[in-house]
Ligand binder design. Sequence first.
Ligand SMILES: Nc1ncnc2c1ncn2[C@@H]1O[C@H](COP(=O)(O)OP(=O)(O)OP(=O)(O)O)[C@@H](O)[C@H]1O
Length: 223
Amino acid sequence: MEAKLETESLTRTVSGETIVEDVSLRVGGSTVLAVVGSSGAGKSSFLRLLNRLDEPTDGTVFLDGVDYREIDPQTLRRRIGLVPQESALRPGTVRENVAASDRIRGEPVDDERVAALLDRVQLPNAAERDVEDLSGGQQQRVAVARTLYVDPEVLLLDEPTSHLDSETEARVEELLGDLIRTEGLTCVLVTHDTAQAERLADRVAEFEDGRVVAEGRPEEVLA
Ligand SMILES: Nc1ncnc2c1ncn2[C@@H]1O[C@H](COP(=O)(O)OP(=O)(O)OP(=O)(O)O)[C@@H](O)[C@H]1O
């Protein structure tokens, strides 16, 4: 079966250093691939190549079998949404942040969609709150709603709970797991937390020095 997302010999070299090397992975529809590995292994660098936030030096990515270089980058980033490691919200209200993509393009905000997404991430009636008044976990949920606002097919999560205390982490993690399943999203989750990978992922790829050193079901790779 055709993979939703497939990387082919994906490689990125920066200033003579190869930070992602020859990575070929397939992620099916409605599945979660966790990317694990120690600090500096190239996990975030790999994720940023998946929606062309960074350009590969070599290799490419196929989305539904189409080489992503044939897809206009703006469309690509709507179809493959990234929730960055730091939630990277802009000063302003929750509504302004969730609907950032429409506001940037000068389009009217879809307030019903904002409200529905805020319900979905368990922040009902928060649209007019200032993001600076929110807790870390709440800000992370706003960042997730902002990414989902454009209705992506693939969700890229970069250490989504790493800045949260353990209780908040468990809540955000549960919410993410639930969202991914119910929305039928394809998800690539970067995490240094192997227990989290075990809880959320269908497949795991372990990175070391920019390369995949193991790939398979969580119980195989994380044993
Ligand atoms: N823009 C860049 N220029 C030069 N080197 C970079 C750049 N981005 C990342 N690197 C290097 O690439 C390597 C991989 O970094 P990356 O952040 O992808 O690792 P990581 O596995 O996500 O680590 P962490 O878990 O600490 O976030 C590191 O050696 C880093 O210093």
